[in-house]
Write a protein that binds this ligand. Structure first.
Ligand code: S3P
Length: 173
């Protein structure tokens, strides 16, 4: 069974929606950041601190390769994963990549007090978020097979993803 891979900006609900999809479609849920953290034995913030963003991106790429070799998963990718062509290539043609499209205003509210995302721990957080969001939006759209609006409840969004993923079945893995 093909994997369903969720991409989109930090705070768009990839993990929450992903857990719902897994429950309703008989797949196993994997959070890519948690996968990286358990392999590295440290948190994403610690990885950024110790190895820098480039070090984290290499681990993320490794995780993409490993997870794409498995099947029957719902994968919540990290917000940066599908902004790198090398990661898009790994999943292309094999798994169904879904972009969870949520407006920046909603994301800003959700991430107001966030302390876990290293890229957002800066005094000009709002400006940085907007720049990153604008830069990434076209990349998510390009990487994804399907775009699903992600503003509804996680369960409703999960059903919308399942329905569109079924229409987009690729050859069996
Ligand atoms: C990142 C998003 C994070 C995490 C890391 C980098 C990004 O994942 O992978 O902090 O570049 O957008 P979430 O999208 O799950 O927050």
């Amino acid at each position: 069974m093909n994997n369903i891979v969720l991409c989109g900006f930090m705070g768009c609900g990839k993990s929450t929606v992903g857990r719902n999809i897994a429950r309703k479609s008989n797949r196993k849920f994997i959070d890519m950041d948690a996968y990286i953290e358990s392999k590295a034995g440290m948190t994403v913030s610690q990885i950024f601190e110790k190895y820098g963003e480039d070090g984290f991106r290499d681990m993320e790429h490794e995780a993409c390769i490993e997870l794409s070799e498995m099947s029957g998963l719902v994968i919540a990718s990290g917000g940066g994963a599908f902004t790198f062509e090398r990661n898009c290539e790994v999943f292309k043609g094999k798994d169904t990549v879904i972009f969870l499209d949520v407006p920046l205003s909603v994301i800003k509210k959700r991430l107001r007090y966030d302390k876990s995302r290293p890229l957002l721990q800066r005094p000009d957080k709002d400006k940085a978020m907007k720049e990153l969001y604008d830069k990434r939006l076209p990349l998510y759209r390009k990487a994804a097979d399907i775009t699903v609006k992600g503003q509804n409840s996680p369960l409703k969004t999960a059903y919308a993803v399942i329905e569109s993923a079924e229409k987009n079945q690729k050859g069996e893995k």
